[in-house]
Design a protein around this ligand. Structure first.
Ligand code: GTP
Ligand code: MG
Length: 428
């Protein structure tokens, strides 16, 4: 069974939570205040099994996000682990500011697939629906949701019109999505922490890679605390293991809820290290102001957020639409690895300005010439695993890179490191 995580995105009140409920029967608004105010404040979850076009069963985990501009940071805690997005646009309102902002965020996070639903189709006449359809097609053209490859479906959660079509389109898109790698090293970004009577500490999250089994030991990042997995639940049912791409709940022994919080990450022990510096390729949105060397920004990756200082390699100002190698110096230690995506928001007023790709989470402490850093980071982007390993070893000169440190630096298993090293690529 293939497990896929589906995120909602879109402006406030456009019908995201209603659509998730109409599809799954589950109300993802779980907070008292949400029900009272009729808006989503924090991320919510639901799940659904659908038959794929090839007859296989797809297990969809939904992460429903808030549309309110004040809660974009909660939205960011939800989208970090999604495989595909359902962009929700109300037919009676069309494209609005958070339609754009959420869509920008999905692009910056390199979400590769999805579909668009024109909700509240019952609230408009046929002509209006057609106009909105055209407006949305224009908006999406050339993007990962280009109408040529990604469906746009009109639906009403109120009357049920179009919902079957949404399900069929969703099954098709989900069946085409790349499944996450359950053989890789495990990482679970924590999005909720609570106590359950008789069980103790429980955390939930989207397992972004690897497999977590009952009785396994894990390390909490940052901080390094060791915990034991006493129980595993997937989509609300007990299980012996959770696989990448599944909404996962873990009952943990050896830790109290005070030591756990959203933004922390669980991973195998003695493998990774938290970092305060990451070298990245950063892209600025066309709508952003130029970013100056030394500027402070809000940094978001998976479920965590912190303040960061942007140290630009090369020109001392990054222009809108441009991309550049940038070191981000984080205010708090965090577990980040090459290949991780992140979002930056302006310090004040807080708006999304850009995002990018972590290329190196273990930059050298000593000062290096800019060309040396640029050459190294270019290799991190385009090199083969052998070339990347060779570059990581040789940049450390005569000290070299201990074998034990390679899995954590490159995010690969020890066996793979040994295979790469045995091929002799390190010799040149
Ligand atoms: N007529 C009509 N109303 C709808 C439909 N879907 C949702 N609504 C109404 O629109 C309002 C907002 O719906 P929600 O599903 O809470 O919207 P949301 O996008 O989740 O809102 P946030 O999470 O706060 O961003 C509610 O009053 C719903 O009853 C629909 O298909 N037709
Ligand atoms: Mg909602």
């Amino acid at each position: 069974m293939k497990s896929v995580i589906v995120g909602t995105a879109g402006h406030i009140d456009h019908g995201k939570t209603s659509l998730v409920k109409a599809l799954t029967g589950i109300d993802a608004d779980r907070l008292e205040e949400e029900k009272l105010r009729g808006i989503t404040i924090d991320i919510g979850f639901a799940h659904l099994e659908l038959p794929a076009p090839n007859g296989e069963t797809l297990r969809l985990g939904f992460v429903d996000v808030p549309g309110h501009e004040r809660f974009v940071r909660n939205m960011l805690a939800g989208v970090g682990g999604i495989d595909l997005v359902v962009l929700v646009i109300a037919a009676d309102e069309g494209i609005k500011p958070q339609t754009r902002e959420h869509f920008d965020i999905c692009r910056l996070l390199a979400v590769r697939r999805g579909m668009t639903v024109l909700t509240k189709s019952d609230a408009v006449d046929r002509d209006t629906l057609e106009v909105v359809h055209l407006e949305v097609e224009d908006f999406l053209r050339g993007s990962f949701l280009d109408p040529a490859n990604s469906p746009i479906v009109a639906a009403s959660s109120l009357t049920g019109a179009g919902l079957d079509e949404v399900k069929t389109a969703l099954a098709k898109v989900a069946s085409e999505a790349n499944a996450k790698d359950s053989a890789a090293l495990a990482r679970l970004p924590i999005d909720r922490v609570f106590t359950m009577k008789g069980f103790g500490s429980v955390v939930t999250g989207t397992l972004v890679s690897g497999t977590i089994r009952k009785e396994e030991e894990l390390e909490v990042f940052p901080g390094g605390k060791r915990v034991r997995v006493r129980g595993v639940q997937v989509h609300g049912a007990s299980s012996d293991e959770a696989l990448a791409g599944q909404r996962t709940a873990l009952n943990l022994a050896g830790v109290s809820t005070e030591d756990l919080a959203r933004g922390m990450m669980l991973a195998p022990p003695e493998t990774f290290r938290s970092t305060l510096r990451v070298d990245t390729l950063l892209a600025l949105l066309p709508t952003a102001k130029p970013l100056k060397h030394g500027a402070r920004v809000h940094f978001h990756a998976y479920t965590m957020e912190t303040i960061a200082e942007a140290r630009l390699y090369g020109p001392k100002q990054l222009e809108p639409r441009d991309e550049q190698f940038v070191q981000l110096r984080l205010a708090e230690p965090t577990l980040l690895l090459p290949g991780d995506r992140f979002i930056l928001r302006q310090f004040s007023p807080v708006v999304t300005i850009g995002g990018g790709l972590v290329l190196d989470a273990s930059p050298l402490a000593r000062k290096q010439p800019q060309y040396e850093i640029a050459t190294f980071l270019t290799k991190m982007m385009a090199g083969s695993p052998q070339e990347i390993l060779a570059a990581r070893v040789s940049r450390r000169g005569t000290l070299g890179l201990p074998l034990d440190a390679v899995p954590g630096e490159m995010n690969i298993r020890r066996e793979e490191v040994e295979k790469l090293a045995a091929r002799g690529y390190l010799a040149d």
